[in-house]
Design a protein around this ligand. Structure first.
Ligand code: BG6
Ligand code: MG
Length: 221
């Protein structure tokens, strides 16, 4: 008998969603808050640099911002203070968030995915994920939440998604990941999941699937 090298593709039972830039456009608030901090530090910052912050933890994001910093070297205490300052600006912006900030398209699509039997989870690097989900009334839409409070390594490490799969009681191979960050697609693939790119990641060559709108997810899975 001939030996075939079959790729085992497991039936998909779960979908893990990144939060910022996928379900809600808090990526704009992140940008504005970092911009404010960068201006105070006299550091150049633009949308292109901002794209490198997608999916990256708060402290790692600060390091990227500081690549162009020309002042006296900063110690860890000063860096923590800067990150805290940005987070305060950001959290003040989050106070404006309302259920209306989640599109009808996103809500109905999540509902349809549940109807099709998928288990849904959040896989976000943010420590503010639960606050955001609460503000926009999405907490009840997910069976599991894996976020910046339960991980040690930021994307592209697959940790946040592996935890999400575990919380859903699924194997990584049984999960799709929906991401707007290139590092998020890298993280999904490193974890053995299928990476669906949206937004900034919709043009990423490493994405297994690419969608131009949220509802397009329904036709690619
Ligand atoms: C990710 C964002 O979701 O969360 C990043 O894409 C952000 O830009 C990261 O830095 C951490 O967010 P927070 O809310 O913990 O500062
Ligand atoms: Mg994102």
């Amino acid at each position: 008998m001939r030996h075939h090298h079959l790729v085992q593709t497991k039936e998909k039972k779960g979908i893990i969603f990144d939060l910022d830039g996928v379900l809600v456009f808090t990526d704009q608030y992140h940008y504005l808050a970092w911009k404010q901090l960068a201006d105070e530090l006299g550091v150049y910052f633009d949308e292109k640099i901002n794209n490198r912050l997608r999916g990256v933890s708060r402290m790692d994001s600060l390091e990227i911002i500081l690549e162009r910093y020309q002042g006296e070297p900063l110690n860890q205490v000063q860096k923590s203070e800067l990150a805290e300052k940005k987070n305060e600006i950001y959290r003040n912006m989050l106070q404006q968030m309302r259920p209306a900030n989640v599109s009808a398209e996103v809500r109905s699509c999540l509902k349809e995915l549940r109807r099709r039997g998928f288990r849904l989870a959040i896989g976000s690097s943010s420590k503010n994920a639960k606050l955001i989900l609460e503000k926009v009334d999405l907490l009840g839409a997910f069976q599991a939440i894996s976020d910046g409070t339960n991980i040690n390594q930021s994307k592209p490490s697959p940790e946040v998604f592996l935890k999400a799969a575990e919380f859903l009681r699924l194997e990584p191979e049984e999960c799709y990941v929906v991401e707007d960050a290139k590092v998020g697609i890298d993280a999904a693939k490193a974890g053995g999941m299928i990476g669906i790119g949206i937004g900034d990641a919709a043009t990423y060559e490493k994405a297994d699937m690419k969608v131009n709108s949220f509802s397009e997810i329904l036709s690619v899975i």
